[in-house]
Design a protein around this ligand. Sequence first.
Ligand code: ATP
Length: 329
Amino acid sequence: MITARGLVQTFHTGRGKNAKEVHAVEGVDLDIAEGEVVGFLGPNGAGKTTTLRMLTTLLRPTAGTATVAGYDVVAEPVQVRRSIGYVSQVGATFSGAYAGDEVVDHGMLYGMSRADAVRRGQELFERLQLDGLWKRMPRNMSGGQKRRLDVVMGLIHDPTLVFLDEPTTGLDPQARANLWQHIEGLRSTHGATVFLTTHYLDEADALADRILIIDQGRIVAADTPDNLKAQVAGDLVDLEVADAAQVAVAAERLAAIAEGVERDGRRVRGRVARAGRAVPGLLRDLEAAGVALDSIEVARPTLDDVFLTLTGRTLRDAEAGEGEKEKVA
Ligand SMILES: Nc1ncnc2c1ncn2[C@@H]1O[C@H](COP(=O)(O)OP(=O)(O)OP(=O)(O)O)[C@@H](O)[C@H]1O
């Protein structure tokens, strides 16, 4: 459904002494099959939106090629646009018309008849829990309602390939869960291919069959959430030792089964392969050594751990370091 080879986007900003080259996307390859839900994950400024804008024909690639729904993004942009739905990060701009009329106009722009656009629009209003808001102006809607209206606009012409740019940013947890259901429904009831960007690890984890992680304009990982997590060496075992004097002994015992043991006050943690099997023995060991614990936690690896393993930074650090890759030309 989506193929890209060596996609590059370089922005030139400023003039004279202030001229800068921003290497937003630096050689991205993609192969996304029909019916796949792909999560495109990365810190702020990693190049997610820029990639999406090239795939949706809003931005011409500096270099590289891409086909979307069988059409070339540079040579056949009109066909690409007709084949896809796109929900941008900023959302649609609405005039002063009623929400329903906006949606119908948008559908007619795609060549739908008025009757079809009304029918489909009303169905989507219901599915996205906007019923009763057909005759409301978008500017009088809540943030969550407006975001769902954006999604209606992106889906009105019944696309089988949908691009969603951070669809749930700014939504409250309930609206977010609700939108997740609809995104899942797109595939299960519709067989749609979904390409979605997100900062949220849990979102990508919950929705995507496959996750692509982008960092500084390059794809650093592409796999199923489970396989990505399996790359991280084991589960995190975190012990809180009751007596500070026993921390060294606890660290030594943990080190017998764990990698990368760290100490932090009365806490000792490390990564253990198959913690479920190893922890009972560890507890016996600690007891025999007279070490009492206040608590023990075992956590499965998260996608943040994956990002850390792959890039040496946490997602949060990566966001804080945004802009580093801007080079003075
Ligand atoms: N029109 C532009 N002109 C100059 N630089 C740009 C432009 N658009 C994006 N950039 C830069 O390109 C880089 C990638 O931006 P992009 O918006 O693709 O990141 P992103 O991963 O979508 O981030 P976010 O999660 O914040 O949306 C950033 O350094 C950004 O500042």
